[in-house]
Design a protein around this ligand. Structure first.
Ligand SMILES: [Zn+2]
Length: 287
């Protein structure tokens, strides 16, 4: 059964580790992440962007697929199904469809409007026992058409949003979605510490987990980050393994064209990536 992310993130915050959010795109992605979480006895959050939700035929299809897998793969570790960077309407649709967690990304609104909309969704999630993530200070890079410059969040604005009763808060600290450019300045730990000071116990979320050096990840966790989003890294691992399979001509040998064989190396590569991240984040054995 899907669970809210609240308990797993509070435990992570107290235990000084982070739970990974891994974004899903299809059946193979979802199966790879769920099986790895179960094998590693780790809590996990499945992230679904609005674009990926559309790609998978809509949120109800996603909920049906994930719930089916939890049952048929005997997944017993805590799993949250979470909307990633949701719009106001998208969050409502996911709540309706049976997600156990949503993110409302109002970071592109003026802070007053972000507060107002977040407040409404907090009330709705509270009623249903769902977790909700809010964002202050946009994350750099591009995600589903929303382009952010990688700004650092204003700690006072973070407090205003945290005080609305959200479960977790994504604060921009110079992090970026996708691959990091060579001249990237690194995470702003000054901002992170200032945000933490204002929001107290609120579990913090680090977006754009792909390509952040390991020592920075560990330092961020020590400063209150309890959830780290990984998306691009699984895509790159899948791409590389699939490319290798085809370049080695394996799709032309015997029944190598069978989609279950063709997609297997990419599937295994996602599993390996998820395991590596769980090791780095410290969530293994914490289910
Ligand atoms: Zn993000």
């Amino acid at each position: 059964m899907l669970v809210s992310a609240k308990e797993m993130l509070n435990k992570a915050r107290d235990g000084k580790y982070a739970v990974g959010q891994f974004n899903i795109n299809n059946l193979e992605w979802t199966k790879a992440i769920l099986l790895t979480a179960q094998e590693q006895n780790s809590p996990v959050i499945l992230g679904v962007s609005e674009g990926a939700g559309k790609y998978m035929c809509g949120y109800k299809t996603v909920v049906g697929m994930v719930n089916g897998m939890l049952e048929e793969l005997n997944i017993t570790v805590p799993v949250a199904l979470h909307l990633d960077h949701g719009s106001y309407d998208g969050a409502k649709a996911c709540i309706e469809a049976g997600f156990s967690s949503v993110m409302f990304d109002g970071s592109h609104y003026p802070i007053e409007e972000n507060i107002e909309k977040t407040k409404e969704l907090v009330a709705e999630c509270e009623k249903l026992g769902l977790s909700i993530e809010a964002e202050v200070g946009s994350i750099g890079g591009e995600e589903d058409g929303v382009i952010g410059a990688g700004e650092c969040a204003d700690p006072n604005e973070c407090k205003a949003i945290a005080d609305l009763g959200v479960t977790m808060l994504a604060a921009g600290i110079g992090n970026i979605h996708g691959k990091y450019p060579e001249n990237w300045a690194g995470l702003s730990f000054e901002t992170l510490a200032a945000v933490k000071e204002k929001v107290g116990d609120m579990p913090l979320v680090l977006h754009g987990g792909t390509g952040i050096p390991e020592d920075m990840i560990k330092k961020a966790i020590s400063l209150g980050v309890a959830k780290i989003n990984v998306n691009t890294e699984c895509q790159l691992a899948f791409q590389e393994a699939t490319r290798k399979y085809i370049e080695e001509g394996k799709d032309k040998q015997g029944k190598g064209f069978d989609p279950r064989k063709l997609l297997a190396p990419g599937f295994e590569a996602i599993k390996e990536t998820v395991k590596e991240k769980m090791e780095l984040f410290g969530s293994i054995g914490k289910a």
